[in-house]
Write a protein that binds this ligand. Structure first.
Ligand code: CP
Length: 318
């Protein structure tokens, strides 16, 4: 089968997909976050359901493990009355040799209206967009992008400080393997924040310094100094084949987000982690559970932000 021609990235001025933030203007991203406020109001009602997506079908296709992203997308779609079909890659005909492109065409033939895709390969969500012709939301592809995670991170920071403008966000940990770091480095400067990426040299790709509003450092104290938000990243040991770190204990000694490191941050600084966490490795348990932590707030906001994204792509009115 030959791949179909690429579908336009935008419909008029409205992006057709959320694969990364390339086609998304600051105004449209702000509208997404504003709309998440409205979705949070829906979630606060006794009956947490609206008919916005009635008659539409959302397919969640996860080719890699997930708790937060999958559950929150499925709940988000159901809260807006969409039908949800959950494609289980591990129990599918992919195991009989069917290609991803053919699989997507089969699902599209069942009149799916949008796809939410997680895949271990960078670029897989773009491939699904080419084959389906339907709106596709990237729920994390390889180490490339995880745009809805960055949106809920931005939403959490914005809710805390009122605005992203002029804020400094330090992201500390395994930058090399992190799609969350890349998406935040793309998104937060578009919304007026500065991003400092920090990790050991082996986990800090120099090329990211070329992004506007982004600086790199191997010194965690320098990264966190004066920061309004400090995000710890998981050490993705499943993506490391060795040689990146001398030892986990040494890593924790230098790079763990803990009370000692947070003394460098702004007095009102908040702590974030996209999850899942390796407690007492990249973040100390007392900080993860402490008063500065907004980690569960991030989880909570995931549902409203994903409702806003689905609504924006499928209904398209702000
Ligand atoms: N942050 C995140 O993507 O978590 P899950 O892998 O649980 O979806």
């Amino acid at each position: 089968m030959t791949a179909p021609a690429t579908t336009p990235a935008t419909t008029g001025t409205r992006p057709r997909h959320l694969l990364d933030f390339a086609d998304w203007t600051p105004e449209r991203l702000t509208a997404l976050l504003d709309n998440a406020d409205t979705m949070n109001q829906v979630l606060d009602r006794p009956v947490r359901k609206v008919p916005a997506l009635q008659g539409l079908t959302v397919c969640t296709a996860f080719f890699e493990n997930s708790t937060r992203t999958r559950v929150s997308f499925e709940l988000a779609a159901r809260r807006m009355s969409a039908d949800v079909v959950s494609f289980a890659a591990g129990a599918s005909s992919l195991n009989k040799g069917e290609s991803l492109g053919d699989t997507v065409e089969v699902l599209t033939a069942y009149k799916v209206d949008a796809f939410v895709v997680r895949h271990p390969a960078s670029g897989a969500a773009h491939l699904v967009a080419r084959y389906s012709g339907k709106p596709v939301i990237n729920a994390g592809d390889g180490r490339r992008a995880h745009p809805t995670q960055a949106l809920l991170d931005a939403y959490t920071i914005r809710q805390e400080f009122g605005s992203l403008s002029g804020k400094t966000v330090a992201i500390v940990g395994d930058i090399r393997h992190s799609r969350v770091a890349r998406s935040n480095a793309e998104l937060l400067p578009k919304l007026g924040a500065r991003v400092r990426l920090c990790g050991p040299a082996t986990l800090l790709p120099a090329g990211l310094a070329a992004l506007p509003g982004v600086t790199l450092t191997t010194d965690p104290r320098e990264a966190v100094r004066g920061a309004h938000a400090v995000m710890a990243l998981r050490l993705q040991q499943e993506r490391m084949s060795g040689g990146y770190l001398a030892s986990l204990a040494e890593y924790a000694d230098h790079y763990q987000v803990n009370g000692r490191l947070l003394r460098e941050a702004e007095p009102g600084a908040i702590v974030l982690h996209p999850g899942p966490m390796n407690r007492d490795l990249e973040i100390s348990s007392d900080v993860a559970d402490g008063e500065r932590s907004r980690i569960l707030r991030q989880v909570e906001h995931g549902q409203a932000v994903r409702m806003s994204v689905l609504y924006h792509l499928l209904v398209g009115r702000e």
